[in-house]
Design a protein around this ligand. Structure first.
Ligand SMILES: Cc1cc2nc3c(=O)[nH]c(=O)nc-3n(C[C@H](O)[C@H](O)[C@H](O)COP(=O)(O)OP(=O)(O)OC[C@H]3O[C@@H](n4cnc5c(N)ncnc54)[C@H](O)[C@@H]3O)c2cc1C
Length: 308
């Protein structure tokens, strides 16, 4: 049987394509500047019609869910590459290879039904400062892989995100995947704070990783979402912590440095004051966890929607 592109039924007015191959997808995107549509769980909300049903996208639409090349997860010794079409549910099915921080974030996104549609590419390209997969990607120093008909380029996730709802994606590009280097040992932290455990966008989420050597912090990364226009690494605090004895951290200096990296705002989900406090509490919780013996319960930092 010849594998020809099938026209999609969903969008009402716009030109649409649901290609089977990346080549076709790229050609259509370059020619029409079509909006890439993965799971649609952000797009359907953004472009919902008056009645809340139907979708009114402003231009051509490129449905990506049938592109096989985008649906792969590839694991090598020095990285895991997650295709842009892999859904959150499919990521969780691969929990033997999925990096732990991503697992903790993805299993708290929305609800099981939504996770069968939602993708990490959509989460990142939507560029919400509250996107839950983004803090783990910052901590892993992951790269976004972008493809146009002419070339492939890779950007660190932090360079890809240029502001709330804004990215470095060019009009003829689509995200094809993410390259996620592993974290070499060490201790992990993930915390999501929302109004409830399921189907709640985050008031704030935080991810951390630290590698200790003989009681000292050899390396530490900490990223927080929903406290600035984009997800941020608390780099000034990280610098102060490098080389510190875990039991002798100057907490006040570290928290002051952390506070300088964040600029939270009031919105419908939370207040700036609450977000500032919880961001600092999260960092403090992680640092206390590092000072506790490795077998202490806090070291697993079980994902939670509770306030730290
Ligand atoms: C009820 C509900 C609960 C939710 N809960 C959460 C939550 O707990 N945490 C959270 O972080 N989010 C949550 N969301 C938001 C949303 O589900 C996620 O952001 C999801 O990961 C988006 O993925 P998607 O595949 O559906 O993206 P889509 O809606 O298809 O696309 C989102 C954006 O990404 C772009 N895009 C998608 N794929 C590509 C690509 N390959 N190349 C270039 N651009 C691309 C689209 O053009 C669009 O701009 C929730 C949404 C709903 C409706």
């Amino acid at each position: 049987m010849v594998d020809t592109p099938r026209p999609a039924r969903a969008a009402r007015t716009a030109e649409t394509l649901r290609p089977r191959s990346l080549e076709e997808a790229l050609e259509f995107r370059a020619r029409t500047r079509a909006v890439p549509f993965a799971g649609g769980t952000d797009l359907m909300v953004k472009y919902r019609g008056y009645t809340g049903t139907g979708m009114r996208l402003p231009g051509p639409v490129l449905f990506l869910d049938a592109v096989e090349e985008l649906r792969e997860i590839e694991v090598t010794e020095d990285r895991i590459t997650i295709g842009a079409g892999v859904t959150c549910a499919q990521m969780l099915e691969k929990d033997d290879v999925l990096p732990e921080l991503l697992r903790r974030a993805v299993e708290l996104i929305a609800s099981p039904a939504l996770r069968t549609r939602a993708t990490m590419a959509g989460n990142v390209a939507n560029a919400s400062p509250a996107g839950d997969t983004i803090p783990p990607l910052f901590v892993h120093e992951a790269e976004v892989v972008l493809q146009s008909p002419e070339r492939e380029r890779r950007l660190p996730v932090g360079d890809f995100l240029t502001g709330p709802g804004a990215t470095a994606l060019e009009e003829n590009e689509i995200i094809t995947g993410f390259v996620v280097p592993p974290l070499a040992g060490g201790r992990l932290y993930y915390r999501k704070v929302g109004t409830r455990r399921a189907n709640a966008l985050s008031k704030l989420s935080a991810a951390g990783w630290a590698r200790l050597e003989g009681g000292r912090i050899a390396e530490l990364r900490f990223a927080v979402g929903a406290v600035a226009p984009t997800v941020v690494r608390l780099r000034e605090a990280e610098k102060l912590l490098a080389g510190a004895e875990v039991t002798e951290i100057d907490m006040q200096a570290v928290l002051e440095a952390a506070e300088a990296s964040i600029t939270p705002i009031d919105d419908q989900r939370s207040t700036a004051a609450y977000r500032r406090q919880v961001a600092l509490n999260s960092l403090q919780e992680f640092l206390r966890m590092l000072a506790a013996p490795a077998s202490a319960p806090a070291s697993s930092a079980h994902p939670s929607s509770e306030e730290p």
